[in-house]
Unconditional design. Structure first.
Lengths: 268, 272
C-alpha cells in the first residue's frame, strides 16, 4: 500500500527564472494522481522534487511524514524513454532493483517473472533490449518500477513516445498492475484521456510559471474499461479539463488562426 | 503478404553464402596486387635493392623464418606492454576527468596541449632518460597510444543519459555500484573504440622505440636490413609488422564481441 505525499509551498527557480511557483498538494495513500499540462508547466520538475532527485528552491515535500532531503528509494520511476540497460537481459533489467537493494535474488526473480508475464512479456525474459519494440521496452521499465513493491510510483510521460494503440493497451495494463499492489502514483502526462482513464484525481497545471490551475476528482468506478471513454461521465471530465486549457490559452477553438503552442494535438 | 513470406527463406539461406563469398574479396584483391608487383618487376627490371620481386620476399621469409619470428615476438611483447600500460594510465585519468569538474579543468587542457607535441620527437629524450632497454619502447608506446583511450572513455562516461543516473539514484545505488552497474558498462562500447586505436598506435610506438636504440625487434631488423640494402628482408619484416598489427587488432575486437554481445557494433543483424 502506498504512502501519502505532502507538498507544501514548493517553488523551483532555475537561474532566477521561476519554473514552478508556490505549489501545495496532498496526495493520499494509494491514490492515483495525474498531472496534466502543456510543456513548461513544471510538472516534470515537481515529479523530480517529489522523488528527491531535485531540490525545491523553497518549501518542502514529505513522504509518509518524513521530509524528502535525498533521493527516495522506496520508489519506482518510469521515464518517457524506457532507460533500459542494454547490456542486461529483460529479467536482469527488472532485477537490478533487487540487486541494488540487496534483496534475495530467488524471491525477486520469481516476482519479476510473474510481473513480466502479467505485462504480456512471457517468453522474453532472456531477450535483450535491442530485440524489443518500443512498447515492450516500456513494459519492462514499468515492471522494473514495480518489482520491489514500492510505496510510490512516479511516471513521467511514460507512454508519450508510443503509438496510440499501444498506449491504450498500456493504460489497461498499468491499471491492472497498479490494482495489484496499490502504490501511490503520480503520473505526468500530456494526454487528457489517459489522465481521466487512469486517475482518482487530476491536477491541471498552467505554464510560465508552472502552477496548479485546477484539481478535479474522477469518480468513475474501477476497474475501468476502454469502452468507458465513450460514456458521458468520462467525456464530461475530459471537457472540463480541455475547458481549463482553453481558458489558459493553451488551446484555442479557432480554425482561422494557427495555435502558437504545439501542445494542442497532444492535449487532444 | 504471400510475396513477403516467400522471400524470407531465400534471404535466410543466401545471406551466409553471400557472406562467405564476400570474405574472399580482400584475398582476391591481395593476389591481384601481388601479381601486378611481380609483373612490374619482370617488365621494368628494377635493381633488387630498389624493389625485389614478391618471390624474393617469400624466399627471405622462408630462409629467415626463425629470426623473423624472434624479432616479431620482441615487438609483439613491447606492443602488448605498451597497450596494457596505456590502459592502466588512461582509465584512471579518464574516470577522474568524468567524475570531478576541477580535475577536468586542471588536467584536460594540459593533456590536449601535450598531444600537440610530436611524440616521435620525444623518443630521443626518453632514450636518454630510460636507456636502451624494454622500458624505453614501452614508454614511447604509451606516450603515443594512451590519449585515444582517455578521450573515448571520457566521452562514454559522460554520455550516460540523465534519466539513467536518476534511475540509479532512485534505486539507492552507492557511488561504487553506480559506476560498476551503470557508468562503466554504458561507456564500454566507446572505450573499445579507443582501445582499437590504442592497439594500432602501440605498434607504432614500439617500432619507433626500436628505431632509436635497440638490438632486437622488427624495427631494429628493418634498420639493419636498410643499412645492408637487404630490401627483401625489409619487406619481410614489414609483412610481419602488419601481421602483428592485424592480429592484435583482431584480439581487441574479439574481446569486444565477447564482452558486449548486445552491442550493435558486434551484432550480426545490425547495420549494412
Amino acid at each position: 500500500m502506498g504512502k501519502p505525499i505532502r507538498i507544501e509551498h514548493v517553488t523551483k527557480s532555475y537561474k532566477g527564472l521561476e519554473a514552478l511557483s508556490s505549489t501545495s498538494l496532498l496526495i493520499g495513500e494509494g491514490e492515483f494522481v495525474s498531472i496534466v499540462g502543456p510543456s513548461g508547466c513544471g510538472k516534470s520538475t515537481l515529479l523530480r522534487i517529489v522523488a528527491g532527485l531535485d531540490t525545491p528552491t523553497n518549501g518542502r515535500v514529505s513522504v509518509a511524514d518524513r521530509v524528502v532531503t535525498k533521493p527516495e528509494t522506496d520508489i519506482g520511476i518510469v521515464f518517457q524513454s524506457p532507460v533500459l540497460l542494454d547490456w542486461r537481459s529483460v529479467l536482469d533489467n527488472v532485477l537490478i532493483q533487487a540487486e541494488a537493494r540487496k534483496l534475495p535474488h530467488d524471491v525477486y526473480a520469481a516476482r519479476a517473472r510473474d510481473l513480466l508475464a502479467a505485462a504480456g512479456l512471457k517468453g522474453f525474459e532472456s531477450a535483450y533490449p535491442y530485440q524489443l519494440s518500443g512498447g515492450m521496452s516500456q513494459r519492462v521499465s514499468v515492471c522494473r518500477a514495480l518489482v520491489h513493491n514500492p510505496s510510490l510510483l512516479l511516471m513521467d510521460e511514460p507512454f508519450g513516445a508510443l503509438d496510440a494503440l499501444t498506449r491504450d493497451q498500456m493504460m489497461v495494463d498499468l491499471q491492472k498492475l497498479w490494482l495489484r499492489s496499490r502504490p501511490t502514483v503520480v503520473f505526468v502526462t500530456h494526454s487528457v484521456q489517459e489522465a481521466v482513464f487512469l486517475s482518482d484525481r487530476i491536477i491541471v497545471m498552467a505554464p510560465r510559471p508552472g502552477r496548479v490551475e485546477a484539481v478535479l476528482d474522477v469518480p468513475l468506478p474501477r476497474s475501468r474499461r476502454l469502452s468507458m471513454r465513450g460514456t458521458a461521465e468520462f467525456n464530461a471530465i475530459v471537457d472540463e479539463i480541455l475547458h481549463h486549457f482553453q481558458r489558459m490559452g493553451v488551446i484555442r477553438d479557432d480554425d482561422g488562426e494557427t495555435p502558437d503552442n504545439t501542445t494542442m494535438e497532444m492535449a487532444l | 503478404m504471400g510475396q513477403v513470406d516467400s522471400t524470407i527463406p531465400i534471404s535466410v539461406t543466401s545471406a551466409p553464402t553471400w557472406r562467405r563469398v564476400r570474405a574472399f574479396y580482400p584475398v582476391i584483391s591481395l593476389f591481384v596486387l601481388l601479381g601486378a608487383w611481380q609483373a612490374g618487376v619482370m617488365l621494368f627490371q628494377p635493381a633488387p635493392y630498389l624493389l625485389p620481386p614478391p618471390m624474393a620476399v617469400a624466399n627471405v621469409i622462408v630462409s629467415q623464418f626463425p629470426s623473423l619470428v624472434y624479432h616479431s615476438g620482441v615487438t609483439a611483447f613491447e606492443t602488448t606492454l605498451a597497450f596494457v600500460f596505456s590502459i592502466l594510465v588512461a582509465m584512471p585519468i579518464a574516470f577522474l576527468i568524468a567524475r570531478f569538474r576541477w580535475f577536468e579543468e586542471t588536467v584536460y587542457p594540459l593533456l590536449v596541449v601535450s598531444q600537440a607535441v610530436p611524440k616521435v620527437a620525444l623518443a630521443p629524450l626518453i632514450l636518454v632518460w630510460l636507456g636502451f632497454g624494454l622500458s624505453t619502447k614501452v614508454m614511447i608506446g604509451v606516450l603515443v597510444a594512451f590519449f585515444p583511450v582517455i578521450i573515448s572513455t571520457v566521452v562514454g562516461l559522460k554520455s550516460v543519459p540523465k534519466d539513467m543516473v536518476y534511475l540509479g539514484r532512485s534505486m539507492g545505488l552507492s557511488a561504487q555500484d553506480m559506476f560498476r552497474k551503470i557508468y562503466f558498462p554504458f561507456a564500454l562500447p566507446s572505450i573499445f573504440g579507443g582501445l582499437k586505436v590504442c592497439i594500432t598506435l602501440a605498434v607504432v610506438g614500439a617500432v619507433v622505440g626500436e628505431f632509436i636504440g635497440a638490438d632486437k625487434g622488427l624495427g631494429y631488423l628493418i634498420l639493419l636490413a636498410s643499412g645492408q640494402m637487404q630490401t627483401a628482408l625489409m619487406f619481410a619484416a614489414l609483412i610481419f609488422l602488419v601481421l602483428i598489427g592485424v592480429v592484435s587488432f583482431a584480439l581487441v575486437q574479439w574481446a569486444e564481441a565477447r564482452l558486449m554481445p548486445w552491442h550493435s557494433s558486434v551484432r550480426q543483424d545490425a547495420g549494412h
